[in-house]
Design a protein around this ligand. Sequence first.
Ligand code: BJW
Length: 232
Amino acid sequence: MDNIVVLTGAGISAESGLATFRGPEGLWEGHRVEDVATPEAFARDPELVHRFYDARRAQLAQAQPNRAHEALAYLDAEWDGELLIVTQNVDDLHERAGARRLLHMHGELTNALCLNCAERSPVAGDLADTPPCPWCRAPELRPDIVWFGEMPYGLDRIEEALMRADLFVSIGTSGAVYPAAGFVQSARYRGAHCVELNLEPSQGSSFFHDSRQGAASDLVPAFVDELLDTQA
Ligand code: BJW
């Protein structure tokens, strides 16, 4: 077991106080997804969308990584083989916990993307105030978030890692959104052992060899210990 791909979703950050997307308490309960998570909605009402993401950024600044983020960062530090942590999350809790081999496939809440020059830059202040792009000075910044219908980041790198993976681990994701929901099938087809750690079985649960139910802050540290024992 040398090469590992870990996929994380909103469930890993739930115990840090960040709402998931699709539960009864879901992030979008008070917002229609079409109002905030498509490029068309942003073109229609940029201020509404900016206010939504500015509020989430402010909330993120108060949140802390939990034991699951910390366990993955420990795995990153200790694992001698290849590892890629692919997160669908736009929060920065993995990197704040210390993870380095990390890819944000759905963008980052703390970054802005310029519609004029396509450069990315860290967000300083609220985007609702339409600050200028630090590169080209145009006041055309949008959140650096992959919305429905847009191409996720890093798919070539992810595909390559899945091709070489001996182990694929999916943590805290409902398996409702593609292409991430299809990674288990790609990994399994190429011979990887596939493990799911989630509060409940995901939509793609039957594709996993091993599906464990529970809170990420319990399951992930225990699983990381198991993995590091195989390396010792
Ligand atoms: C716990 C826990 C605890 C709770 N411990 N667990 C038909 C078929 C196939 C595809 C499509 C289709 N129609 C349209 C599409 C494409 C579309 C799509 O998938 N739509 C679906 C709705 C069907 N996808 C796209 O448009 C993507 N782009 C694309 O496809 O480009 C073209 C392409 C073509 C070919 C190849 C490749 C690409 C882009 C998707 C962008 C997703 N963006 C969002 C919004 C970001 C904005 C924002 O943050 O506001 O990203 S959607 C939202 O869902 C967010 C998440 O990253 C994503 C996944 O959600 P996640 O993380 O799984 O959260 P939840 O809430 O769903 O689940 C949480 C889980 O945790 C639950 O199971 C809980 O039980 C569990 N949990 N507490 C452990 N303590």
